[in-house]
Design a protein around this ligand. Structure first.
Ligand code: COA
Ligand code: AMP
Length: 632
């Protein structure tokens, strides 16, 4: 048996032994009672029950104590503001301790929730680590979400404090955060007591006395706070992610299992050693940012890069190569869409040759299906292995990957390779039986999930069971469909629910439909994810107007486009919709979104046997053609 198979088998045949060994890499304040607490089975499992620890201590303080104080912990590289700044582990510790002290002075204690709404600036990472230091539970909200999404999260997580900045910066525009937060607080009143603001020079926040506090002044006045002892199973953070409705799911992460899994992954999945430079070009608002901009690289004693920019346009498609060369990045992790954007601007990869990429060893891609063209292009132009790996907000780290630190396997474009140790992946049919290799089914993970994965949803145990565990008893349902080949390679082909992936961002078409349906002229609607050569998918809306509405279709369409941008945010990238007489449905009234998607994409489709009126599809096709879809 080869090394990888041996490790994989061990991770399943002796789960507790395997993860107890991995847990030696973490500094614990008190040992666990049980490696895996199964008392809540068959739904709830807890790793390292009873152990005491602190995530911030392991990510920051212990490296200073062990001699890494002068090593760069975090490199802030912001082509959008033309700034760079490096924080050593000692400097990071100092900032995080002061930030924790500042929060404590505002009454924040272990278990309190703190909402973080920040652009990609070092204060965002400092804020997250400071929460971990106090045992406070952070809930980071991505800057591209609008006021209503913020309000939804405020109502669910009930944070006493918001840590924010005066603005975010997108190419060509500054986004002041104050109006967004004020609107959110109007929608979710009486919850947030204090707001701490990092003032940026591009926009000022007008501080409200008694509620708002200046970050800089607060940091200067603060008494540094020490790490608070928490249990391994205490929550570290909540991260909201799209579900099937407008109510996002609050994915909960614990402290102990999370540290063990992330630290293990840095060596075994990403082949990183302490002291090396790791760069996840994502955003702290997404799970990739939580796990691989902040926690994993720091837990492993690496240098992490926090990049405020875009793959193209800040200033050009060579930015990624500049960052890799300048900071001697060994591994880059981003979404395929970033590479599609670069390939479009610089198809021959001419800019790559202008930089010294000799330290660069591996490119990791995730967040959406990686099309073989993009993978092959990147591999050919960069001359390094390109590793597609598959995971989701819920798991917090890779379920399937080519484990570069164990034994690299042959790369098959279109597949994120095999199940990672700890994950028993099976592809199931409707009855919950494993399908034959090569056949499509629901991709599931046999329980218990390894450490690091969600133990439950925030204050929603029943929703956790309903959403992930009930359909296939004994398994975690990933929501992805696909197949496994004879060699155990996983192929992730589609979602089984209404989640779409736009530029590597996970969005719910159900949430967009709720917004469209709220327009006074709309009787019925549907949103699908149509294929897009740059962003993977783009949302596309179908509107049926109420009878008697005599307004211009174009006006209604621009109003619903504006409404989605206002309610969900620019990140929804909802720009196209069409008005139709009726929606295609089955005889039982189910909207045939899959058929509409196939028509829009111009792929093969069969007339559904259950359709109530096939003639509707002709109108759908015609309408789609008029806005540039359904070209085949
Ligand atoms: N704050 C405010 N607005 C934001 C934002 C933020 N943090 N992030 C994105 N937006 C806005 C964009 O400006 C854009 O606005 P527009 O409609 O006015 O143009 C809109 O949201 C859609 O953003 P996006 O889908 O990201 O498109 P883009 O054209 O700005 O950039 C890419 C396209 C491919 C360059 C970009 O998506 C990218 O870099 N992706 C990398 C992948 C990634 O980070 N994935 C995360 C998971 S790994
Ligand atoms: P998120 O929770 O935002 O990370 O999105 C997770 C979802 O993105 C998964 O459930 C998949 O649908 C998709 N996804 C992530 N990585 C991959 C990948 N490597 N291949 C195919 N789909 C992926």
């Amino acid at each position: 048996m080869n090394q990888l198979d041996r490790i994989y088998q061990h991770s399943l045949s002796d789960r507790e032994g395997f993860w107890a060994e991995a847990a030696d890499e973490i500094d614990w304040q008190a040992p666990w009672n049980k490696v895996l607490d199964t008392s809540g089975a068959p739904h709830f499992y807890r790793w390292f029950e009873g152990a005491r620890c602190n995530t911030c201590y392991n990510a920051v303080d212990r490296h200073v104590e062990q001699g890494r104080g002068d090593q760069a912990a975090l490199i802030y590289d912001s082509p959008i503001t033309n700034q760079q700044k490096t924080l050593s582990y000692s400097e990071l510790k100092d900032k995080v301790a002061h930030c924790a002290g500042m929060m404590r002075a505002l009454g924040i204690e272990k278990g309190d929730r703190v909402l973080i709404y920040m652009p990609m600036i070092p204060q965002a990472a400092v804020a997250m680590l400071a929460c971990a230091r106090l045992g406070a539970i952070h809930s980071v909200v991505f800057g591209g979400f609008a006021a209503h999404e913020l309000a939804t999260r405020i109502k669910d997580a009930t944070p006493r404090l918001i840590l924010t900045a005066s603005c975010g910066i997108e190419p060509g525009r500054v986004i002041p955060y104050q109006p967004l937060i004020e609107d959110a607080l109007k929608e979710a009143p009486g919850i947030v007591e204090n707001i701490v603001v990092t003032q940026r020079e591009q926009a000022a926040w007008d501080l409200t006395a008694g509620r708002d506090h200046d970050w800089k002044a607060g940091m200067e006045q603060a008494e540094p706070a020490e790490c608070v002892s928490v249990t391994a199973t205490d929550p570290l953070y909540i991260l909201y992610t799209s579900g099937t409705t407008g109510q996002p799911k609050g994915v909960m992460r614990d402290n102990g299992g999370h540290m063990v899994a992330l630290k293990w992954s840095m060596k075994h999945v990403y082949d990183m050693e302490p002291g090396e430079v790791y760069w996840a070009a994502s955003d702290v608002g997404w799970v990739v940012g939580h796990s691989y901009i902040v926690y994993a690289p720091l837990l492993h004693g690496c240098t992490t890069v926090l990049f405020e920019g875009k793959p193209v346009g800040t200033p050009d498609a060579g930015t990624f190569w500049r960052v890799i060369a300048e900071h001697k990045v060994k591994a880059l992790f981003t979404a395929p869409t970033a590479f599609r954007a670069i390939k479009k601007e610089d198809p021959d990869g001419k800019l790559i040759g202008q930089y010294d990429l000799s330290h660069f060893k591996t490119l990791f891609l995730a967040g959406e299906r990686c099309d073989p063209d993009t993978l092959n292009w990147a591999q050919e132009k960069l001359g390094v292995p390109v590793i597609d790996h598959w995971w989701q907000t819920e798991t917090g780290w890779a379920m399937a990957a080519n484990c570069m630190g164990i034994e690299p396997l042959p790369i098959i474009p279109g597949s994120p390779t095999r199940a990672v140790p700890g994950y028993e992946i099976q592809v199931l049919d409707h009855d919950g039986h494993e399908v034959k290799r090569g056949e499509m089914g629901a991709i599931c993970v046999k329980l218990p999930l390894p450490p690091g994965c969600l133990p439950t949803l925030w204050k929603a145990d029943q929703r956790f069971i309903d959403a992930y565990l009930s359909e296939y008893p004994g398994y975690y349902q990933t929501g992805d469909a696909g197949y496994m080949d004879e060699n155990g390679y996983v192929f992730v082909m589609a979602r089984t629910d209404d989640i779409i992936n736009v530029a590597g961002h996970r969005l719910s078409t159900g949430a967009m439909e709720e917004v469209l349906a709220s327009h006074p002229d709309v009787a019925e609607c549907a949103v699908i994810g149509a294929a897009d050569s740059l962003k993977g998918q783009l949302p596309l809306g179908f509107l049926v107007l109420k009878s008697g509405v005599a307004r211009d279709d174009a006006d209604i369409i621009s109003e619903v486009v504006a409404l989605v941008r206002k309610q969900i945010g620019p990140v929804a990238a909802f720009k196209k919709a069409t008005v139709v007489q009726r929606l295609p449905k089955t005889r039982s009234g189910k909207i045939l979104r899959g058929t509409m998607r196939a028509i829009a994409d111009g792929t093969d489709w069969k007339m559904p046997a259950t359709i109530d009126d096939p003639a509707i599809l002709d109108e759908i096709k015609e309408r789609l053609q008029s806005i540039g879809y359904a070209q085949n």
